[in-house]
Write a protein that binds this ligand. Structure first.
Ligand SMILES: *Cc1c(COP(=O)(O)O)cnc(C)c1O
Length: 474
């Protein structure tokens, strides 16, 4: 390939991507793929011969770009998926052109990752010792990294060499979560051999927050039974309702009892940037570890999670293995990133994080996030003021949990209706919202992550939900 061939294809790509992004808001948010289009992708034959770049671009334009998930659109309220930050989109191309392995060494990507991890810690007000974190594929992986360190510390304190001997011979390690804790925590506990049976579900209050008195009682019960309590997982924004746990009383208990406090901030930790809700996060900085997702509220293009830890040695002591062929004095005192997590060859995620944060600055990011929380509170008010709808939880961050309460339906009927509603709304294509279960109730949950969303979009969302409900009821 000549430089000129590459350059002209790169310019064409830039045009294609710019046109795609510009056209998004006027298109349906999401539409099911028709069978032909789906089959064209699923059954694509392995190409025997190569094709020129121009043809590939045409195929992307024809077969791929017309069928997005929807999360680039300001009327997308589903799950926790943001629109991509434009600066992050551009940086992705440059990062791929360099294509390093960010495992360690003396090249720009490695040093930039140290810097952006420090920036992320600073944005959410978490202490950052040198080396105290790394970028991951997402919070699921960051949680495995943090919980592995927690497990290692607990075993060591019990006089047990986990890395050498494994779990055998150790009393069961017990962790504490709530009914609202994300499934990635259970997945991590299962993978780490802890057993989901040893995750206790602590009661939450009506505000969805972990009850510290219940937590204490559960820990004392397990100690009395000869088990080894070691971990509490608190949430800086639950995925269901956006509830933020009261960290200070939980951290007090963890300090007193020698438990590792892990906070899941995947969705909500960056909410601390908004002065209107910053008080909810008091005590977050006392956690032993924090997992969070720049690929959610910051809009860094997927994938990008982050694990932050208070004690760097715990992380390195859990993962460091330096085979002779990787010895490298140039890595400096902090060593390699691959000594702090599970991956050896690691992608250059730092550039898109750097670009996303540098483009908006702390002030711009805080404005964007404040805009989302203000809109979420407004949506909460609109739901409350509407006789056909019911707000199911206080709006603590930027998730609004609500349901349709059609007259004449009992709880079973309401659950059936609200379970069907999101799919009908999604297929109409004007807005996109998803559902979930909250306790015994099926609900809709609108997650606001896009600063381009307007109040008009909120009205449209509620109108669409009510129209879809009428269609289902008739
Ligand atoms: C998204 C999310 C996760 C999982 O993170 P991934 O980046 O999808 O791996 C965990 N917890 C919460 C609260 C989330 O919103």
């Amino acid at each position: 390939m000549t430089t000129e061939d590459f350059r002209s294809a790169a310019h064409a790509t830039a045009d294609l991507v710019s046109d795609y992004l510009a056209a998004l808001p006027a298109r349906p948010v999401w539409q099911p793929m028709d069978d032909t289009a789906r089959r064209a992708l699923l059954d694509a034959p392995l190409p025997a011969e190569g094709r020129p770049l121009g043809e590939l671009l045409a195929a992307i334009e024809r077969d791929v770009l017309p069928h997005p998930m929807g999360n680039g659109n300001p009327r997308f309220f589903g799950w926790v998926n943001s629109a991509p930050a434009p600066a992050g989109v551009l940086a992705t191309l440059a990062a791929a052109a360099m294509n390093p392995s960010s495992a360690g060494g003396d090249h720009a990507d490695v040093h930039l990752e140290r810097a952006v991890v420090r920036w992320i810690a600073e944005l959410v007000g978490f202490p950052h010792p040198a080396g105290g974190g790394l970028l991951t594929s997402g919070t699921s992986m960051a949680t495995i990294v943090c919980l592995a360190a927690a497990r290692n510390r607990a075993a060591r304190r019990a006089g047990h060499d986990l890395r050498e001997d494994g779990l055998a011979g150790l009393p069961p390690l017990v962790g504490y979560v709530t009914g609202e804790t994300h499934s990635c925590v259970r997945k991590a506990a299962e993978l780490l051999g802890l057993g989901s049976r040893h995750l206790r579900t602590v009661t939450t209050g009506p505000d969805g927050r972990l009850d510290p008195a219940e937590l204490r009682a559960a820990v004392e019960r397990d100690r009395a039974a000869g088990l080894l309590p070691f971990l509490v997982v608190a949430s800086a924004g639950t995925v269901g309702t956006g509830a933020v746990d009261a960290f200070d009383p939980i951290a007090d208990l963890c300090e007193e009892q020698g438990l590792w406090l892990h906070v899941d901030g995947a969705y909500g930790a960056f909410g601390r940037l908004d002065p209107a809700i910053a008080h909810r996060y008091a005590g977050l900085e006392r956690a032993d570890s924090l997992a969070l997702d720049p690929h959610k509220w910051l809009g860094v293009p997927v994938d990008c999670g982050c694990a932050l830890v208070r004690d760097t040695d715990e992380l390195r002591g859990t993962f460091s293995l330096v085979p002779s062929y990787l010895r490298d004095e140039a890595a400096g005192a902090l060593g390699w990133f691959s000594e702090y997590g599970t991956e050896q060859t690691r992608p250059f995620r730092a550039l898109k994080v750097w670009a996303t944060i540098a483009h908006r600055g702390r002030t711009g990011l805080a404005q964007d996030i404040a805009q989302c929380t203000a809109l979420a509170r407004r949506l909460g008010e609109l739901v409350k003021a509407d006789d056909e709808l019911e707000l199911l939880a206080e709006v603590q961050t930027s998730i609004v949990a609500f349901r349709h309460r059609a007259v004449g339906l009992d709880e079973t009927g309401l659950n059936a209706l609200n379970r069907e509603l999101p799919v009908v709304v999604q297929r109409r294509g004007r807005v996109f919202v998803t559902g979930a279960r909250l306790g015994e109730q099926e609900m809709l949950r609108a997650c606001l992550l896009n600063a381009a969303t307007t109040e008009q979009d909120l009205h449209l969302l509620l109108a669409e939900v009510k129209t879809a409900a009428r269609a289902l009821l008739s």
